[in-house]
Design a protein around this ligand. Structure first.
Ligand code: PPS
Length: 292
């Protein structure tokens, strides 16, 4: 059987106003996940796609190992720190041993309801949406479960309308931000991690309630820089099968900078994005860093 014949049928479908992918997500399992029991030592990192998820997976795994890279090398990052919405993990939510670490792209209303009683902790990481859009566009050529865009204009339409895995960036961030007081949540931005990784790591460590000395924090910083993650097969997902990610066509660790959108959006596309941003976000107090 060829690679193509083995490829599962990946289709974007709607689940309660959010977009998921057939064969990796299941509406039935997501429905059950909402009622899953939450424990105080559960920790979720929540992001819209391309906002720094695998970066946070690496940072959190290293904080947990007090900066010891070898402790985080024995298993795939996706096993230590899985996406809760993937069917195999959503199904086993109740039986996973504590303390449970998950990442998720789900909107606020699809994660287990217990989180809304401030049980467990959430770290929400956002990124300026022009860089999210740019990163996501490139990722669609690399990830086989996502439809290859016709061109950037086509992808821009889909992103603005929320016709992508993860749904609307605007709804995602607005939803999480407006419901923040219901959760035990720390908001961080990709840009603050870029600008001062150590300060961000110390903030995360405190929020999580971990106790690391300065050398251990420095080790976490060192092993989670873009350069070091890019050459670490465990951190950059080189081991994911080709049916999911075609390593010849791209990389999770692409550029890792602020402002790459300038190399992709035309002047007209940028003006259109600014107009949509203004319409959808003018009443939201969150501020974004667009350039370094
Ligand atoms: S996904 O598919 O949603 O899990 O993708 P996600 O991990 O959220 O986002 C991938 C982008 O994060 C960048 N990245 C980093 N930037 C700086 N430093 C480090 N250490 C780092 N790790 C990951 C990665 O390069 C992707 O952004 P782009 O702009 O495509 O480079």
């Amino acid at each position: 059987m060829t690679e193509i014949e083995q490829m599962p049928d990946f289709r974007l479908i709607d689940h309660k106003g959010y977009k998921i992918i057939t064969n990796i997500h299941s509406p039935e399992e997501l429905e059950k996940l909402e009622d899953g029991e939450v424990y105080d030592d559960d920790l979720f990192v929540v992001t819209y796609p391309k906002s720094g998820t695998i970066w946070m997976q690496q940072i959190m795994t290293l904080i947990d190992a007090k900066g010891d890279l070898s402790a985080s090398q024995s298993k795939l990052t996706s096993e230590c720190f899985p996406w809760v919405e993937l069917t195999e993990f959503a199904k086993n939510f109740a039986s996973r041993p504590s303390p449970r670490l998950y990442c998720s792209h789900l909107p606020w209303y699809l994660l287990p309801k217990g989180l809304r009683q401030k049980k467990g902790k959430i770290i929400y990481v956002s990124r300026n949406p022009k860089d999210v859009l740019t990163s996501y566009y490139h990722f669609h050529f690399f990830a086989n479960m996502l439809e290859t865009p016709k061109d950037f204009e086509d992808f821009l339409d889909k992103f603005i309308d929320g016709r992508v895995n993860g749904g609307s960036w605007f709804d995602h961030i607005r939803g999480w931000y407006s419901h923040k007081d219901e959760f035990n949540i720390l908001f961080l931005t990709y840009e603050e991690l870029i600008k001062d990784l150590k300060t961000a790591i110390v903030k995360i460590t405190k929020f999580w309630g971990k106790d690391l000395d300065d050398q251990q924090v420095n080790n976490v910083v060192y092993h989670s820089t873009f350069r070091n993650m890019k050459t670490n097969p465990k951190a950059n997902y080189e081991e994911i099968p080709k049916t999911m990610l075609d390593q010849d066509k791209g990389s999770f660790m692409r550029k890792g900078v602020i402002g790459d959108w300038k190399n992709t959006l035309t002047v007209a596309q940028n003006e259109r994005f600014d107009q949509v941003f203004e319409e959808k976000m003018s009443d939201c107090p969150l501020k974004f860093v667009w350039n370094m």
